[in-house]
Structures are given as C-alpha cells and as structure tokens.
Design a protein around this ligand. Structure first.
Ligand SMILES: C[S@@+](CC[C@H](N)C(=O)[O-])C[C@H]1O[C@@H](n2cnc3c(N)ncnc32)[C@H](O)[C@@H]1O
Length: 235
C-alpha cells in the first residue's frame, strides 16, 4: 500500500468526525432557533460548489476579490468558497448566531480546508443589517433562509447587498425547492401568505438582475441557486 493510500483512511475518518460535529451543532441550533437557521442540516459540498461558481469562473489574471459570506452557519459553504480563494482575496464571514460564529473562529484555526484562508478572513458575529456600508465587495454569497423572513426584511437585505456590491459584482444565494408546495399543505394560512410575499420580492430581484440559476438535487433539501449581477452602471 502506498503512503498516500495508508493515510486516506485516518484522514477521511477525521473529516467525517468533523462533519458529524458540525451537523450535531447545526441540528441543535436549528431546534433552538429554526426561524433564523432555516434548515436542520448544513449544506452539502455540491451546494457549496454551486454557490462558489462566480469565484471559480473568474479569469486567471483577474485582480483579488473582496468576498462577503452571510449566514455561514458551521462553514459548509465557507469551505466551497475557501477552495476557490486565491492569495490576495479577502473574506468577511458574517454569522448572527454566536455559537456558530465561535465555531467558525475555531474552524479557521483547525479545519484543513479553512485554516489556509485564516489570514485572509474575518468572522463577524453580527446580523447582516449591522455590518454597515463602509466596505464594498466583488462577490457576496448569502446563505440566509429568506423563505423564513418577511418580504420587508428580505427587501432590506437585498437592498443592502446591492449597496455594498461593486458595479459588476455578483450575489449568489439559494432557496429550497418545493417549499411553497409543502407550505401550501402544512403551513398556517398567514405563514403561507408571508412566504408567498417574500418569494415575490426574491423573484423581482432575480428578474431584474439574474444571470444564472441552477438546481442542486444533491442537498437536503434540494436547492435552487441563483446568481445575480449588479449592473456596471445604474440603468
Ligand atoms: C440556512 S443556514 C445556512 C448555514 C450554512 N451557510 C450552510 O449552508 O450550511 C442560515 C444561517 O444564517 C444565519 N443567519 C440568520 N439570519 C441572519 C442575519 N440576519 N445575519 C447573519 N446571519 C444570519 C443563521 O444563524 C444560520 O447560520
């Protein structure tokens, strides 16, 4: 057996242990605060990869990117971002839940995928609405559970993203597939209507600025990723 093969077992066992720890923490927080967490398990690697599409797509000689990830949870999508980051890129990781924020700080020290970007990254234990407008970004990756928020809250967040996004910059976010259909059956009428109003706001932004959408079935639940671009000049 080669040296690489002999290390493959223990290494993947370690990774598995780390992912199980993430999932346990995520599930525990989801039970405590489902409204803000929005899911019961972290996103899959396939969803993380899809969310990092516009980091991967940039030309080889492009300048460094200023990136913001919002709603990082236990770092599932952060790992997808980290895999595409280059020297000189910076990442602001925004997470409102203090337990998740502390976990992310630890991961930046210990996680094999995240520790290489530690010097380029900062964790902000804050609500996105408290981040201010003094920094601008080339890429924003949002994991916020819009479907759980009111239409006004989502409009405010999307307005904020487009304020701090530089012209030509991209915003990527996802929603879960079939939530409207499921809610039509199980949710109370007012919650169904709230979500319908929220989805109209999201759709309005996709119609205005959308450049690409893709379904990711390899995730629990399956997700719909949307990429939007801020116009170079206000039209
Ligand atoms: C659906 S989870 C996504 C977690 C992670 N990105 C993933 O994909 O596994 C949403 C995350 O957004 C965070 N969150 C919710 N509202 C927020 C807000 N207003 N500002 C910052 N983070 C928020 C939650 O604490 C939670 O970690």
């Amino acid at each position: 057996m080669s040296e690489t093969q002999s290390h493959a077992g223990p290494l993947s066992a370690l990774r598995l242990e780390e992912r199980l720890r993430d999932t346990k923490l995520f599930f525990g927080q989801a039970l405590r605060t489902f409204h803000a967490t929005g899911s019961v398990v972290p996103s899959s690697a396939a969803l993380a990869r899809a969310m990092a599409e516009y980091l991967r797509r940039r030309p080889q000689l492009d300048p460094s990117l200023r990136i913001m990830e919002v709603g990082a949870g236990t770092g599932a999508i952060t790992r997808g971002i980290a895999a595409e980051m280059r020297p000189g890129d910076t990442l602001d990781i925004v997470e409102a839940n203090p337990e998740f924020a502390a976990h992310l700080e630890r991961l930046l020290e210990t996680d094999p995928v995240l520790s290489p970007i530690a010097a380029q990254s900062a964790v902000h234990a804050a609500l996105v609405g408290d981040m201010g407008t003094d920094r601008t970004y080339d890429v924003i990756v949002s994991g916020l559970p819009f479907a759980n928020f009111t239409a006004d809250a989502v409009r405010e967040i999307l307005d904020y993203y487009f304020e701090v996004l530089r012209p030509g910059g991209t915003l990527s976010f996802y929603g879960y597939l079939y939530t409207k259909e499921v809610k039509a059956v199980i949710a109370r009428r007012e919650d169904y209507l709230r979500q319908a109003r929220t989805s109209w706001v999201v759709q309005e932004w996709i119609d205005r600025y959308g450049i690409r959408s893709e379904k990711v079935f390899a995730n629990i639940p399956p997700a719909f990723v949307h990429h939007l671009r801020k116009p170079e000049k206000d039209s």
